[in-house]
Design a protein around this ligand. Structure first.
Ligand SMILES: Nc1ncnc2c1ncn2[C@@H]1O[C@H](COP(=O)(O)OP(=O)(O)OP(=O)(O)O)[C@@H](O)[C@H]1O
Ligand SMILES: [Mg+2]
Length: 399
């Protein structure tokens, strides 16, 4: 089963291109589901269809749209945790309305919406699932959270649970603060596991991300940053769609000006996404709405290429062996040397690019080695590892 994600700056045409790609897949006979992580129901609008309720609705043969009921997901997965947090906040005297606000994590609803994706992916009903993501892939970034929480979940949580059990009667009496019960611990654990599985699916070999942009400097710059960040978090980007490209023929002065300006940006785009196809879609005289118009748009965009082809080549993270030990390669396209910082904390590499940080848990074969050096070259971070000397400790290495 193929999973395709579409992201890009607000308003560039993410929903349109996602809907078009899905419509084309369904027209070719694939059982296709398209869903959106945001609450606006633009997919149904793009197909000019009415979609109600939270389950997949068929809008053309083999083409299903699902509007995720983020609220329901949120309640299912977060209610127990939220209930506990609210009871603690109540004891310490926080106003209930403010408390309610405090227990809602920004972006959480979107991340939880992806749990629906997991459910659909497991159902075996689909050949293709297309996901229309929120702008700039913030959602995908939030999915790195389980990785960051992994250490805590594995080591601290079980300890805390035992401790809480032992201390519960004493503490509840003393401070009046309710202790988290097993339901809370279980909810946290279940959520963690499910988010990790969503991430595994989306960072796995059958999934890839496509960046949608319009040929404008500001938009292209943001797409480049997303490319870097997505790679940092281990998602594979397999193409760029340049949407709303002005046709050159028969242009008046105003449009001719735009054609020249867009050409310059498109040339830069070709350069800044080396190795990736940059597909194009012309600016239509009207909104591409309806299944037929969208299939036509996809046919033009992919121009005969297989839109569902599984990406080949290296993923964003790979390890090569050397005489000395090994080298870990992490793709960071477009990242400047001085933006990248590296640290090590036990089994984790801590990679920071600008304001984004990833805790990358090292495979066992690497974890026992020592970092010997690192560099940023040809759009990737290369970390050299060698056998540990006897004098080396296992603590934090600042690199
Ligand atoms: N190639 C095109 N030619 C003409 N109109 C287009 C084209 N692509 C998209 N549009 C129109 O532009 C508008 C915005 O597109 P769309 O909703 O797909 O953007 P989006 O990136 O999903 O926006 P948002 O960030 O709000 O989710 C829609 O009205 C759509 O029909
Ligand atoms: Mg949209």
């Amino acid at each position: 089963m193929r999973v395709l994600l579409f992201t890009g700056k607000g308003g560039v045409g993410k929903s349109t291109v996602a809907a078009a790609t899905a419509a084309q897949a369904a027209a070719a006979g694939r059982r296709t589901l398209v869903m959106s992580t945001d609450a606006a129901h633009s997919l149904a609008d793009a197909y000019a269809a009415t979609v109600t309720g939270g389950s997949p609705t068929e809008v053309a043969p083999g083409l299903f749209v699902q509007q995720i009921d983020a609220q329901r997901r949120f309640e299912e997965s977060w209610a127990d945790i939220q209930g506990y947090l609210l009871s603690v906040l109540e004891v310490v005297g926080v106003d209930p309305v403010a408390a309610e606000e405090l227990t809602v994590i920004p972006g959480a609803e979107e991340v939880l919406a992806l749990l629906e994706l997991l459910e659909q992916a497991r159902s075996g009903r689909w050949d293709v699932i297309v996901v229309d993501c929120a702008p700039t892939a913030e959602t995908l970034r939030l999915l790195a959270l389980p990785e960051a929480l992994g250490w805590y979940m594995q080591r601290i949580l079980p300890m805390q649970r035992r401790l809480t059990k032992a201390l519960k009667p004493v503490l509840t009496k003393a401070a009046g603060v309710p202790m988290p019960g097993d339901t809370v611990f279980n909810a946290v654990e279940r959520l963690h596991t499910e988010l990790r599985q969503v991430r595994e699916l989306l960072a796995g070999p059958d999934a890839s991300v496509r960046l949608v942009l319009t040929p404008e400097r500001v938009v292209a710059a943001e797409a480049r940053r997303s490319f870097t960040t997505l790679s940092l978090y281990g998602y594979r980007v397999d193409g760029v769609v340049a949407n709303r490209v002005f046709p050159a023929d028969g242009a008046d002065d105003w449009r001719a000006g735009w054609v020249v300006a867009q050409d310059e940006v498109l040339a830069e785009v070709d350069e800044s996404f080396p190795g990736l196809p940059v597909w194009r879609s012309v600016y239509r005289p009207r909104e591409p709405v309806g299944v037929a118009a969208l299939v036509a748009l996809a046919d033009e965009v992919y121009a005969g290429a297989d839109a569902l082809a599984v990406p080949t080549g290296e993923g964003p993270f790979r390890v090569t062996r050397t005489a000395e030990g090994a080298v870990a390669h992490l793709a960071l396209p477009g990242a400047a040397r001085e933006q990248v910082h590296l640290g090590r904390n036990g089994d984790d590499l801590v990679v920071t690019v600008g304001s984004y940080r990833r805790l990358l848990t090292l495979p066992a074969g690497l974890a026992r080695l020592q970092v010997a050096g690192a560099r940023v070259e040809q759009g990737e971070l290369q970390v050299r590892f060698r056998e540990r000397g006897r004098a080396d400790g296992a603590g934090e290495e600042q690199l």
